[in-house]
Design a protein around this ligand. Structure first.
Ligand SMILES: Cc1ncc(COP(=O)(O)O)c(C=O)c1O
Length: 400
């Protein structure tokens, strides 16, 4: 007998995407699939030192349950970091979450009822789309250009829905999967357009620190810092890409009443985020280890992105275009309309490489003439070799 799964579990379907993600995880591949930081770049020595220097009492704290909102020294450090980004935390609430994924899930849980609408960019982060859908929400995508979501298209979509959209979910800084960063004018235009609308803006920012050139740092100014609370913004960040995803730590900053509800929701999910890694993250920040570590990451990721971009320029056939990232982990490749990135994937996989097909990032789950290449976790010396295979796979799918 089939177990009587809940409606939301019934909505979770095994998909082509899952099959492909499983194939893409094969360690023998040169994989451009995962959104992982470079394994060889993870700060294991720093973590060794930080742990070794802890007192026995701090080690005991690290191994105990902690408060649902998070380990106080870490909350204080994240608060200082947010203030340094111009986000005033005085009249806002702040909690530590089990990754940014949980922050997204909490916001979804406290705002969404089945049938509600969440508007996202097209393309959008697969984990967020899955979280919204798990609460029975419909996800509606709005196209982007190189400066971010297209505001007139967004307004048209919001007005055409026939009902109020509950959440607008955006990843404005080194977008996953599109690789772009929002322009300053676009952010202002967006904030103006949202003023007076009853909608939650969920601003997801796990990659903002990973700009390649210091000159681009001003682009990472957040809408949360620019809005003066004129819009209800839930701002989330993560340690996944700037410390280690195995730490499973992120944060959520929002109005106190939203944080209050999220905390209640979190209590029944995991009681608290791992205290062990919170203690280490607090040390990482308070001992001033982050700036130098980030500098090293920026250099390494810029180099990897550059090699991938050179290969694309050299080897891709006509009719294929791609974004040029100024930071983050990803390049988004657009193939001719008639091409299906699942076919390209199959050929690339046979040649020993992998990437993520475009439909994984389509809120409607359909459009599939794009693909995401992550340069973050492939050693520089393997990128050219892997890109030859990917570009050959695209060429093999060209119709003459
Ligand atoms: C845009 C975006 N948001 C959130 C997450 C989830 O991050 P975490 O590992 O902190 O849960 C990711 C991870 O890839 C991401 O790309």
């Amino acid at each position: 007998m089939t177990p009587s799964f809940s409606q939301s579990a019934q909505g979770m379907r095994s998909s082509e995407i899952r099959r492909i993600m499983k194939l893409a995880g094969d360690p023998s591949l040169i994989s451009f699939a995962g959104g992982s930081p470079g394994t060889s770049l993870l700060p294991v020595d720093i973590v060794d030192d930080l742990y070794g220097a802890l007192s026995t009492s701090a080690k005991r704290t690290a191994m105990q349950y902690g408060a649902t909102e998070g380990y106080q020294p870490l909350i204080a450090e994240i608060g200082r970091y947010l203030e340094s980004k111009g986000i005033s935390t005085k009249d806002q609430g702040l909690i530590v979450t089990t990754g940014a994924q949980q922050a997204i899930n909490l916001v979804a849980k406290v705002f969404l009822d089945p049938g509600d609408v969440v508007v996202t960019e097209y393309p959008s982060f697969i984990g967020a789309l899955a979280a919204f859908k798990s609460y029975g929400a419909e996800t509606v995508g709005v196209p982007m250009d190189n400066n971010g979501i297209i505001v007139p298209e967004l307004l048209k979509t919001l007005d055409r829905l026939g009902k109020k959209a509950k959440i607008l979910y955006l990843t404005p800084y080194f977008h996953n999967p599109a690789g772009i960063i929002y322009g300053a004018d676009r952010k202002r235009q967006l904030l103006d357009a949202l003023k007076g609308r009853d909608i939650i803006l969920l601003e997801d920012d796990p990659y903002g620190e990973l700009y390649f050139d210091a000159a681009d740092k001003p682009l990472t100014a957040t809408m949360k810092s620019m809005s003066n609370h004129s819009i209800n913004i839930c701002y989330t960040g993560s340690f996944a890409k700037i410390f280690g995803p195995g730490m499973r730590l992120g944060w959520l900053c929002a109005s106190p009443e939203i944080i209050d509800k999220c905390q209640l929701a979190k209590q029944s999910m995991d009681a608290c985020s791992p205290t062990f890694t919170q203690v280490l993250a607090a040390e990482f920040l308070s001992k001033g280890k982050m700036p130098d570590y980030l500098e090293g990451l920026r250099v390494a990721y810029k180099r990897r992105a550059g090699i991938m971009l050179n290969s694309l320029a050299e080897l891709m056939p006509k009719g294929v275009s791609w974004t040029t990232p100024k930071g983050g982990f990803y390049i988004w490749v657009t193939l001719p309309e008639y091409m299906d990135s699942s076919d390209v994937f199959q050929k690339a996989f046979e040649g020993g490489t992998a990437f993520v097909i475009g439909s994984a990032f389509d809120p409607a789950g359909k459009k599939n003439n794009c693909l995401r290449l992550a340069f973050s976790n492939t050693p520089a010396e393997d990128i050219e070799r892997g890109m030859e295979v990917v570009c050959d796979a695209v060429k093999a799918c060209v119709k003459n």
